[in-house]
Design a binder for this molecule. Sequence first.
Ligand code: NAD
Ligand code: DAU
Length: 339
Amino acid sequence: MKLLITGGAGFIGSNFIYYMQTKYPEYEIVCLDSLTYAGNLTTLSDAIKKENFTFVKGDITDKTLVNELFEKNSFEIVINFAAESHVDRSIEDSGIFLMTNIIGTQVLLDAARKYNIRRFHQVSTDEVYGDLPLERKDLFFTEDTPIKTSSPYAASKASADLLAMAYYRTYKLPITISRCSNNYGPFQFPEKLIPLVISRALADEKIPVYGKGENIRDWLYVEDHCEAIDLIIHHDVVGEVYNIGGHNELANIDVVKGILKSLSKPENLISFVADRLGHDMRYAIDSTKISSRLGWLPTTSFDEGIQRTIEWYLNNRTWWNDIVSGEYKTYFEKMYSER
Ligand code: NAD
Ligand code: DAU
């Protein structure tokens, strides 16, 4: 089996590469990643040691490069993780989000079509459904929930989903789409809430909590997500969308306080700052479809997953220290100084 994994130097893509190398050591894996600020080749330093792994530095919007790559390799499965993924950055400037997330997906879909791949899997997000009100705990996103995006990031991901569905309907391209909730775990870039809290708390720095911290996210341990994608790409049915959730709904403030407690850090590190524009209130996933059809259920409780994640950040300080001391510092000052 030969796989193309795009965005594999990022958080979820790299975890997926390690998951697949462990479970299917005989698979050939090619990773295409342009190494944006969010991509980090040191993340893949162990993956690269394997003979049947190849890293290609390149942009998914580069049609020539993508076509050459497909021409050279007989990929059977393409899994598209590559994206601009941070909501706050999309609010600052949406241009690159449209390029990578929409045009990049189109370039890959066209190549997949031209080279008759067996499966194109698009990694999407629950953010395509917009949000749910805090006071309606009975509501969940199903695969039939209408697309109703809030941020430019979510709009770009929803556009990519629609394109993938269009290629299925029009050209019978064998696509599948998964829409998952907030992931957490090793190798997550420290701009995202959980690694941001861990890294700043360890440095005794203020932790910015947007608004009142009452927004709810459904936390999914990244390994559970990898397992779900593995099941989807190996299942014969195409043209399907699957929701993937962690069954771990928590308010941001409780996540932050829990991490501080685990690290024995004081709650006065918390600093309530101006809210994110258009901030989604609650995400909650109904993953009945993937559970009933593919037998998937998340197995990592938040208590277990967050402890593993905290330990990983404690044991891998060089990985994130290099990031937080580099250009990320300028980003942080720009994004947070006026809040
Ligand atoms: P990430 O930002 O950590 O990594 C993205 C990777 O894509 C990086 O390695 C980056 O270098 C690469 N990339 C960006 N633009 C590229 C381009 N034009 N060409 C080639 N490579 C490019 O993202 P992540 O958190 O790992 O998310 C992976 C996927 O999962 C994304 O599609 C995201 O929308 C989706 N998703 C993420 C979450 C989450 O909680 N992190 C939840 C739901 C869905
Ligand atoms: O739901 C899936 C999505 O989850 C993915 O599609 C996105 O790629 C991923 O980034 C994530 O989006 P969120 O916006 O939910 O994640 P983030 O870590 O940025 O924020 C989580 C919550 O914490 C959100 O309600 C905003 C809040 N927050 C975030 C940051 C960075 C803060 O209160 N303070 C912060 O400094």
